[in-house]
Ligand binder design. Structure first.
Ligand code: ADP
Ligand code: MG
Length: 325
């Protein structure tokens, strides 16, 4: 596209954020985008904001940030069992830096292409760096995975492994020390999470409740419990961790990061024990480890059990933006 004669704002949009929208009637450029929603499908809509200093370190590599801004939204589609199609992006920037924008949009569009998601619009303003993505997708009417369906006696499952992202954050905050190679590996989980979109869709009709782990395993499981009117126990020994996580399970700071830290973007879901075989088959089909970490109980609240059968206390149960310090 020729951008000569454009105002800086429109040049920025034209250069960095205008790509053909394969699955929309109309994409970037008009007052609104136009979409056709398939008959018999529910439209799933979700939004996530990322603020510099809160959701990412100000020195983050912009390509990683572009990836993450979309990945956290894809993860919400995964948690609903929805197929993501369309995204809109609100960008607030302190200044126009074309190098930064080119890297950011590369990270964003590389992931968008991988998932066949089109950027169909947005808004661009000046101010302290923050990014908001709204994502939209489709799910067969009535079949979405929700947080409210867990039943006493259900198993609790977690995909992949959790804790690395939060261990990297804890290292940056000086709460614990990772070996240098471990930090470099763990921080990639923080910057480039892999949203579990295929898994979410495969769990339709299998999972009774699902959430993606963004605030921390215990906090997110608490959301399932609250909406389902149940309680839960999690066995610490069964929580799936990487080889890095395994080195830090014994310390308070390490354990807290792993079970309460968040930013994992894995799926936590509940299912009837009769579904164990189907779920184990999914592990093989999708190549994603799925681990049974605990049990849904009558009552309320989530308890974490140590290997000795005693409850393990954890300081803080996940991130809350408005919690008093
Ligand atoms: P309006 O003034 O009508 O709200 P804008 O001038 O804000 O429209 O935007 C012009 C077009 O560019 C619209 O189609 C809008 O969706 C799109 N757009 C603006 N910012 C972005 C962005 N960061 N990413 C993608 N599309 C954008
Ligand atoms: Mg307008």
């Amino acid at each position: 596209m020729t951008t000569q004669g454009f105002s800086p704002e429109f040049e920025l949009i034209a250069r960095h954020f205008t790509r053909p929208a394969a699955n929309a009637v109309l994409g970037v450029g008009d007052d609104a985008a136009l979409l056709t929603v398939t008959n018999g499908m529910d439209l799933a809509v979700s939004m996530d904001t990322m603020v510099s200093g809160t959701h990412f370190f100000p020195d983050v590599n912009p390509e990683n940030l572009g990836h993450k801004a979309l990945a956290v939204n894809l993860s919400d589609m995964a948690a609903m069992g929805a197929m993501p199609y369309w995204a809109v992006l609100a960008l607030t920037l302190p200044a126009v830096d074309h190098g930064w924008l080119a890297a950011f949009s590369k990270g964003f569009f590389d992931l968008a292409e991988e998932f066949n998601v089109s950027l169909i619009g947005g808004d661009t303003t000046r101010g302290p760096l923050s990014l908001t993505v709204t994502i939209m997708g489709e799910v067969p009417a009535g079949a979405a995975l929700r947080r409210g369906g867990a039943k006493a006696g259900n198993d609790i499952w977690v995909s992949g492994n959790i804790g690395d992202a939060a261990l990297a954050v804890a290292h940056r905050h000086g709460k614990l020390v990772l070996e240098e190679a471990d930090y470099h590996e763990a921080v990639m989980r923080l910057y480039e999470p892999s949203p579990r979109v295929a898994l979410g869709q495969a769990l339709r009709g299998v999972a009774t409740a699902t959430i993606d782990v963004s605030d921390g395993l215990l906090a997110d499981l608490t959301h399932i419990c609250r909406l389902s009117g149940v309680g839960a126990t999690v066995e610490l020994a069964n929580v799936p961790v990487s080889s890095i996580g395994a080195k830090h399970l014994e310390t308070d700071a390490g354990r807290t990061a792993i079970v309460a830290g968040g930013d994992d973007y894995e799926l936590c879901f509940t299912a009837h024990p009769n579904s164990r075989e189907i779920i184990n088959d999914l592990t093989k089909m999708l190549g994603i480890p799925l681990t049974r970490v605990g049990q849904v109980k009558r009552g309320k609240g989530v308890s974490l059990m140590g290997p000795d059968g005693k409850a393990v206390k954890i300081d803080g149960r996940g991130y809350d933006h408005f919690k008093a310090p």
